[in-house]
Design a protein around this ligand. Structure first.
Ligand code: DAK
Length: 262
């Protein structure tokens, strides 16, 4: 597929490879407009459906993961167009339904919709120049793609309120300290680190990876009792897979497992 606002590439040499999507509107610091979000959604759906792909990495440039939704495109909109037209909900929901793991590799600015996009991914690896923030309040709006919901779950109410109400940014070190990102590395190491994490995922059994992702996501969408029950049923189900038998047999025989993703 050819895209206008993103670049795609595949990495790895195992049975399962990694799909890398690079946001690419350099002049606008990867500001997220409708065309870019359509491209991103199409690429994510294509990788999700591709049996040769086990994990996806979404990244931007060294200066900006994404500086937010495109302000020039949003500026003239009316209530009729936002509320009446359910403003850009269509192409912002794709990441939520992707079943394979998606890692955000973030360098530079991840602001507004850019921060929200990173938080929709399964985990974030950051370069030490990354800056996270929800500055929408400075534009007379509020976060509109989950920022008021996912940020407090990630960093707690106090820091989320501070960021959403004052528009202050959080650097990578603070973001790691409070749980927004999982690892911080030097900018030059960002893609190596993200690809190594993705390769580690690709080497494992895909059915158990998919179920683990689905189960962790339940922790954020329901009660603890319901989440634990869901986890238990998925755990039971994995005993019907070849890879569970292989993984445990390999451990007991002190050899490496050969997963067949079934
Ligand atoms: N939109 C459009 N253009 C942007 C942009 C943005 N968000 N951010 C930067 N640019 C453009 C600048 O206008 C500039 O263009 P030219 O003047 O060269 O033509 C170019 O990128 C370079 O930017 P700067 O010259 O400003 O670069 P600096 O290094 O000086 O500053 C900066 C970098 C990131 C600090 C600054 O550009 C900045 O503050 N940008 C705006 C950040 C921001 O406010 N982001 C939040 C936007 S609101 C929703 C989904 C999502 C959203 C809402 C609803 N639904 C699903 C309902 C999201 C809303 C938002 O994200």
């Amino acid at each position: 597929m050819n895209y206008d606002n993103i670049l795609t590439a595949e990495h790895g040499d195992g049975t399962l490879r990694t799909g890398v999507i690079t946001l690419h509107r350099p002049k606008q610091l990867n500001a997220l407009d409708d065309a870019l979000m359509d491209d991103l959604g199409a690429a994510l759906r294509a990788y999700d459906a591709d049996e040769g792909i086990g994990c996806v990495v979404v990244t931007g440039s060294e200066k900006a993961f994404a500086a937010g939704a495109d302000i020039a495109a949003m500026a003239p909109l009316t209530l009729k167009e936002t509320y009446g037209g359910d403003f850009i909900t269509r192409n912002w929901e794709t990441l939520r339904v992707i079943r394979k793991p998606v890692i955000a590799a973030v360098a530079g600015f991840a602001l507004g919709g850019g921060c929200e996009l990173a938080m929709m991914c399964d985990f974030i690896i950051a370069a030490d120049n990354a800056k996270f923030g929800q500055p929408e309040i400075k534009l007379g709006i509020i976060p509109g793609a989950g920022g008021t919901q996912r940020l407090p779950r990630a960093v707690g109410k106090a820091k989320a309120m501070d960021m959403v109400l004052t528009a202050r940014t959080m650097d990578a070190v603070e973001a790691e300290r409070c749980g927004l990102v999982s690892r911080v590395v030097a900018p030059g190491q960002l893609m190596n680190e993200a690809l190594a994490a993705a390769a580690a995922i690709c080497a494992l059994s895909l059915p158990s990876i998919l179920m683990a992702k689905e189960s962790v996501n339940r922790a954020f969408e329901g009660s603890l009792a319901e989440g634990i029950r869901f986890e238990r049923r998925l755990f039971h189900t994995l005993f019907a897979t070849h890879d569970q038998k292989e993984g445990m047999a390999a451990f007991l025989a002190k050899r490496k497992p050969v997963f067949e993703h079934r």
